[in-house]
Design a protein around this ligand. Sequence first.
Ligand code: NAP
Length: 409
Amino acid sequence: MQDSDRKSVSILGATGSVGGSTVDLLLANPERFSVKALTGGRNVARLAELSRALRPEFVAIADPSCYGALKEALSGSGIEIAAGDEAVCEAADRPADWVMAAIVGCAGLLPTLTAVRRGATVALANKECLVSAGHIMMREVAGAGATLLPVDSEHNAIFQVFEQDRREAIDKIVLTASGGPFREATLAEMAGKSPAEAVAHPRWDMGAKISVDSATMMNKGLEVIEAAHLFALPEDRIDVLVHPESIIHSLVAYRDGSVLAQLGTPDMRTPISYALAWPERMQTNVRPLDLSEIATLTFSAPDMQRFPALALARAALRSGGAMPAVLNAANEIAVEGFLSGKLGFTGIAELVEEVMAAVDPAAPGTIDDVIGLDREIRGEAARRLERRAAADLSLTEADSAIEIGAGRL
Ligand SMILES: NC(=O)c1ccc[n+]([C@@H]2O[C@H](COP(=O)([O-])OP(=O)(O)OC[C@H]3O[C@@H](n4cnc5c(N)ncnc54)[C@H](OP(=O)(O)O)[C@@H]3O)[C@@H](O)[C@H]2O)c1
């Protein structure tokens, strides 16, 4: 087969979980795809391993200090190598037909936008960029004639059953949620949960940030905002339904009473393959769904008291303007704080709420505005995080002083 017969693809965030599932599909179908560019953040060994397996033309690593190690690891390969944020954008700019946007967090905003601006087909996993800059991003997609294909399993499910030409027949969409590892935990129990417990997701094997978001259910809140942009629906027409088995990936309710859903084994290779082959479908090695084996599917409404992050995201979407970007930036800092042991689990939503209540920035009109806002809110959230950590420490010290005092008595 000629190289020109193969679809050329690039993966932004190749070293991550979604990146890895995408790589699996490419390696299983070498006759269908050629690889233009790969990017990673800091994981040199993994990026080098993937590059040797996939033979891209260009590889970029975001952290400039990793350049030497990557160059050495790929010496003699003939692969062009670069480092830094601009190099990651250059990877997105290389003329691949299809780009997987799978960088985590707002760091993926500019690279994703770069691929959008050259009119590529962009498979979007990086939900944070739609949360922070949804209106701007959708305007850029339309302006450049780019194609945005949702990869998040819920949005991909909706995309598969959403009759775009009969929008007026649609009543609402329903995003399903596994409920995460603390679905049945009380708030008091959640307060003591460790990062290791939070990232141990019962159904999905994902990166650390989205796993924590899943545990707080902020992930579902971010997905509500993402869905509002992708499907042009208001907040009150996007429901959330807890479905721990993660078999029904989401639903579209039509006004005639029909509800269409997409089902499948929880495996990211299904939605990724749908985006990769779109508008066709392709064979995958995903375990076939056997409903008789699963036997029971269960559902419940989300508990907004125990999962306040979901309510905060809904409030941010209703407020509009800068609030979704504020929510996202504060959450990224809060999750980092939790993962590094500076903040307790329930402190994540508390910190996000505190930041949302404290600031009232103007709505960003351009991508530069979004980037400036993101930086400012990260600073604000980081200062508040440090203050909380210092207060917690002095409380702990006071507690141990009481214990020591008590011991002396
Ligand atoms: N995992 C899932 O099943 C899943 C499902 C739906 C949606 N998503 C979304 O997909 C995105 C990726 O999730 P993931 O689970 O794959 O995350 P992940 O495993 O943590 O991978 C994140 C990727 O982003 C790269 N990265 C991190 N910081 C970067 C920076 N500053 N600049 C450039 N690249 C950077 C990482 O590079 P290094 O590792 O080399 O540092 C890695 O390649 C997230 O937005 C998530 O919400 C994920």
